[in-house]
Design a protein around this ligand. Structure first.
Ligand SMILES: [Zn+2]
Length: 72
């Protein structure tokens, strides 16, 4: 009984630590710029990327991908 309790506590601690880590990662990424909000965006979301038409990223030269978040 005591062993189960320790395992559960350990598991909860791991889950809490992981979710806390994910939250802090998400909050540090600014997704409001043109690299995220344009109709076509760089897969890497490079600074200065993003366009209203298909093309390539001027920073990393990857093909722009259609921004699914735009279609709402
Ligand atoms: Zn890029």
């Amino acid at each position: 009984m005591k062993l189960i309790s320790i395992k559960t506590t350990l598991l909860l601690t791991i889950v809490c630590t992981m979710s806390a880590c994910n939250n802090s990662t998400n909050s540090t990424i600014d997704q409001t710029g043109a690299a995220y909000t344009s109709a076509y965006v760089c897969p890497m979301h490079c600074e200065g990327s993003g366009s209203n038409s298909a093309g390539i990223c001027p920073t990393c030269e990857m093909d722009y991908v259609k921004n699914n978040q735009k279609e709402k």
